[in-house]
Design a protein around this ligand. Structure first.
Ligand code: GLP
Length: 260
């Protein structure tokens, strides 16, 4: 794992955007795995800015989103479809035919999930997977106890996640109980993972994911087994890391050719 601690979310997000733009220059039809939530918002804003500045072309990019709430129509204001169009897709030159987001209204959920996996495979796999982390260590909506080999499927949210996400819905009981999420195994198949985490509420989950044992009780901890995972943090999210000084030292000492 490469742990990169930045002074604030904006600088960490700018680094993540740079990694993505570099990929798009090398591979204009790259496949991006995308996340929702408050964490990637600054990254998406930066990608929009780079697109407006002529530095990022999304015309051939293909995307797969991590997850969606079951029962929400795409046009529901809290659906992840709405989130993505509002916060990224609506502001860049992406071809809507190249966008995939799990269908929260799928009539046959297992069949839909199998098809989603097949679409990822047919696209050649995900080049970069953007991830946030839940306060319970979830990635996508893979809650604690998720199989670390899981594929896209239905999950039931924990009380903690529904509480965390109640801020978007008005109240906890309006947060759907079920979701479709890429599995932990699906995420691990991405050629590169970029996990972003900001704020002190994420510090315990990050410390467990980065420095704790690999365990299904903190699904993000499996990223320790990913060959090219980068964890981009602001100072408050890094506050519980025992080896923070070492990670800072490693990042500051990178050879020029390895700099982001
Ligand atoms: C949500 C999403 C995750 C996200 C996480 C953290 O429920 N399903 O993909 O990473 O929880 O959300 P936030 O970035 O708003 O803290």
């Amino acid at each position: 794992m490469e742990i990169i601690i930045q002074p604030d979310p904006a600088s960490a997000s700018a680094l993540a955007a740079r990694v993505i733009v570099r990929l798009l220059r090398a591979k204009p039809d790259a496949v991006l795995g995308l996340a929702t939530g408050s964490t990637p918002l600054l990254l998406y804003r930066e990608l929009i800015r780079l697109h407006a500045a002529g530095e990022a072309d999304f015309s051939r990019v293909r995307t797969f989103n991590l997850d969606e709430y079951i029962g929400l129509a795409p046009e529901h204001p809290q659906s992840y479809h709405s989130f993505m169009w509002q916060n990224l897709f609506g502001h860049i030159n992406i071809d809507p035919r190249n966008v995939r987001i799990p269908d929260g209204q799928a009539a046959d959920v297992p069949a839909f999930c199998a098809q989603y996996e097949e679409q990822i495979r047919a696209a050649g796999g995900i080049d970069i997977q953007v991830l946030g982390i839940g306060t319970d260590g979830h990635v996508g909506f893979n809650e604690p106890s998720s199989s670390l080999a899981s594929r896209t499927r239905i999950k039931t949210l924990t009380v903690q996640t529904r509480r965390d996400n109640a801020r978007y819905f008005g109240s906890e009981d309006q947060v759907p109980q079920h979701v479709i999420t890429m599995g932990v195994g699906t995420v691990m198949d991405a050629r590169q993972c970029l996990l972003l985490a900001f704020g002190s509420a994420k510090a315990p989950a990050i410390a467990a994911a980065v420095e704790g044992p690999i365990t299904a009780m903190n699904p993000a901890s499996i990223l320790q087994m990913h060959p090219t995972a980068k964890v981009l943090l602001d100072e408050p999210a890094a506050a519980s890391l025992k080896r923070a000084d070492y990670y800072r030292w490693v990042y500051a000492s990178k050879p020029d050719w390895q700099r982001l």
